[in-house]
Design a protein around this ligand. Structure first.
Ligand code: SAH
Length: 469
């Protein structure tokens, strides 16, 4: 280890910052965030100080370089001037006064280096590369940022409130350790992260009473209804990823690709509820019942859905059942197919020259007939995204024309959107059925109808399988 990581208490202590540019502003801001008082030595302060200087009671500007007397009572010195000579002078002063000093971009002059910081106060994670590669430090920081929910600090605050109480209630050290492990891996944390502090506190009290009395409690699990996006695993949200990593069991269907399933915790049991080889599809009722049963067994159940769970995903129906049974659940939105496909095909769904509205509909038929509100769909300056429309493509295209749309109105069919096998077939209402048949698309596919489709020619950036005509 090249350096010793320590956390410095700067509350109400003086910190000197030399420099008026962005790097100095960043140092001053960090020191203020840690509760310090800051004196900034610089001829002038740049624009980056505008927000920092808003705390006039805690920060003072001295429009010159510091002299030895200025460093009296100072705890840390940051030399962050653009001019190396100024930094060297500051460094010499600090050294003479034996005050720890940090000089930007000059590790060999530093008594301490500044880490990359992930701030979930009171939880703070500092990453150091001992000044060798700040960029690497920042990359590691970015990875940790994605792993820890923004509200993570609230867990520490919440738990901190109960620390004394637990120490009084559970006498043995091991007992407390088990208790805290159970709490920190359990539903109390989920509730805190979901902002349901009162519920979390109530649950905590029950857990504590049981632990103090030596009773092992069976607990109810929770269901995470999570949108996994249209296929590209990189489009999964941070929150979805975190819940995927916590699940004990996952229920998924056809639209969730392998790349995404690979992100689920490896030990989680996988249950496929899509179409089975016997053509038996688990009904909504069966899925609902399964979710309730698994959660009642105390499991964290991940219900993973393609796209967004509340858009043509029947997510609502599934959680109605949970609400009825009093099972806690959370819902995580996902990138819906229309948005993912539009982005990856280079077709903006709205555009000032083309469309001021966008409608999402399902082309799914009831009893073999496509049942759409055509008058609403054929309006000008509007884009229509049709989900589940591939098998009725000819009928849908004809429906548009029969209700007054121009047969030359452009249509795109995006098949396997956002996935490596994505194909985009471009045509118009008159010929799209024939063109997409020729392309032998496999689905899932979405139809995008409207003049915005013309933009694909110039904005299509994702070269995979574009069949522009
Ligand atoms: N809840 C999902 C939609 C489920 S309905 C969402 O928000 O995206 C299933 C339909 O979604 C498919 O028939 C198809 O029209 C569309 N779809 C889902 N994934 C797709 C993909 N990767 N490419 C194109 N269309 C897709």
């Amino acid at each position: 280890m090249d350096q010793l990581p320590v956390f410095f208490d700067l509350k109400d202590r003086w910190v000197a910052v030399i420099g008026g540019g962005p790097q100095a502003a960043r140092r001053a801001e960090l020191a203020l965030r840690a509760g310090a008082r800051v004196r900034v030595f610089a001829a002038t302060l740049g624009g980056d100080f505008e927000t920092v200087i808003r705390h006039p009671d805690r920060i003072a500007h001295v429009p010159r370089l510091p002299a030895a007397a200025d460093l009296e009572g100072v705890t840390l010195v940051f030399c962050a001037d653009g001019d190396k000579a100024c930094n060297a002078a500051g460094r010499d002063l600090a050294k003479a006064a034996r005050i720890p000093c940090n000089v930007v971009d000059t590790p060999e002059w530093c008594d301490f280096t500044m880490p990359s910081i992930v701030d979930r106060s009171p939880v703070v994670i500092a990453i150091s590369t001992a000044g060798t590669s700040p960029i690497l430090g920042r990359m590691i920081k970015a990875r940790i940022e994605t792993m820890l929910p923004a509200a993570y600090g609230r867990i520490a605050q919440f738990v901190g409130r109960f620390r004394r109480k637990v120490t009084v209630a559970i006498k043995s050290f091991d007992g407390r350790r088990h208790f805290w492990e159970r709490i920190l891996e359990g539903p109390v944390v989920d509730r805190v992260l979901a902002g349901r502090d009162a519920e979390a506190a109530a649950e905590f009290e029950v857990e504590l009473a049981a632990a103090a009395a030596g009773i092992a409690r069976s607990r109810t699990g929770e269901v995470y209804l999570v949108g996994a996006g249209p296929g590209d695993p990189d489009l999964v949200t941070f929150k979805a990823l975190r819940l995927m990593q916590r699940a004990d069991v996952v229920l998924y269907d056809r639209l969730v690709g392998d790349g995404i399933l690979g992100l689920v915790r490896r030990e989680a049991e996988r249950i496929y509820v899509g179409k089975l080889p016997t053509e038996h599809t688990a009904s909504q009722d069966e899925i609902g019942a399964m979710l309730v049963r698994l959660a009642q067994e105390g499991k964290r159940v991940l219900r993973l859905k393609g796209g967004d769970p509340f858009l043509f995903g029947r997510g609502g129906e599934e959680i109605e059942r949970l609400a009825g049974a009093g099972i806690p659940f959370q819902v995580v939105p996902g990138v819906t197919a229309a948005l993912g496909c539009a982005a990856y095909a280079g077709i903006p769904l709205t555009h000032r020259d083309h469309a001021g509205a966008c409608v999402f509909v399902t082309g799914h038929s009831r009893e073999g007939k496509v049942d759409l509100d055509w008058t609403a769909l054929v309006r000008p300056r509007q884009t229509v995204a049709v989900y589940m429309g591939l098998s009725h493509l000819a009928e849908i295209a004809r429906g548009f024309v029969d209700h007054g749309a121009d047969p030359a109105l452009p249509v795109a069919v995006v098949d396997g959107g956002t996935r490596p096998e994505q194909q985009v077939v471009i045509g118009n209402l008159a010929d799209i059925a024939q063109r997409s048949e020729a392309a032998a698309l496999k689905g899932p596919a979405i139809l995008i109808v409207g003049t915005v489709v013309r933009l694909h020619e110039t904005l299509g950036w994702n070269a995979t399988g574009s069949q522009t005509s």
